[in-house]
Design a protein around this ligand. Structure first.
Ligand code: SF4
Ligand code: SF4
Length: 227
């Protein structure tokens, strides 16, 4: 009989974090390629690859999937960054984000460091990697001109399809009308709080996952970002 495992043990034994990291890397790389290709036909160059400006793109509300939260939680646990202070910060950020209008949220991401670098860059959630900008990087902060960008729609779909595969791998039962996603700090916190639980499937399933109306509100924000 197989031993009952915690989420952390399951993730380690089944190489779940490595699998998610590989899938995210492929999504980010394809999105960058598509943005470059789309820009070329319009004689535009992607600004993000050489951007040294303030990263106000990391001041937006990021909606992540539970699997992305699990990959980040794994990294935080393995690098000693899962501390009570970080969990408090994640909880406070999650509550504030969930109460805010996505359009009005402008706060530096909890994973952005003082050198304007993402501290989880290689496993950043898919919404962070699918949007690319062609215009002056300073405009992302000053809004001095019309920002032109590109959202890799196929990669957005690929990230969404991963949700189901992840659910199957975890044997996490589907919740009708609900999806296992939420604001980034909530997804990371949920994964960390489930990490040492052997009843993680029941624990995760009973959480108040968003329905279609809430997801539509977040999607409208994503569309607004891309325009
Ligand atoms: S979105 Fe703007 S601020 Fe962010 S990396 Fe791209 S050019 Fe820089
Ligand atoms: S996870 Fe990284 S790339 Fe995404 S918003 Fe936060 S700092 Fe920026």
């Amino acid at each position: 009989m197989q031993a009952i495992r915690t989420l952390g043990q399951f993730v380690e034994d089944e190489q779940i974090a490595a699998w998610i990291a590989g899938a995210l890397d492929a999504i980010h790389q394809r999105a960058a390629h598509e943005a470059k290709k789309a820009g070329k036909s319009l004689k535009l160059t992607v600004s993000c690859t050489s951007c040294t400006a303030k990263k106000t793109c990391c001041w937006s509300m990021v909606v992540a999937r539970l699997y992305e939260g699990v990959a980040i939680a794994d990294r935080l646990v393995r690098t000693g960054r899962d501390t009570p202070a970080l969990r408090d910060e994640l909880g406070a950020r999650a509550e504030a984000m969930e109460a805010a209008s996505p359009r009005d949220w402008r706060t530096p991401c909890v994973f952005l460091d003082e050198r304007e670098r993402c501290t989880i860059y290689d496993i950043r959630p898919s919404p962070c990697g699918i949007l690319h900008v062609y215009t002056d990087p300073d405009w992302c902060t000053t809004l001095a001109g019309d920002i032109q960008g590109y959202v890799a729609q196929e990669e957005l779909t690929a990230a969404m399809e991963m949700e189901e595969v992840f659910r199957d791998r975890l044997s996490l039962r589907k919740k009708v009308g609900r999806r296992y996603l939420g604001v980034l700090p909530r997804m990371v916190l949920v994964a960390l709080e489930a990490w040492d639980r052997t009843d993680f499937r029941d624990y995760l399933r009973q959480l108040p996952w968003p329905g279609e109306a809430e997801i539509a509100r977040w999607s409208a924000k994503a569309r607004a970002r891309a325009q």
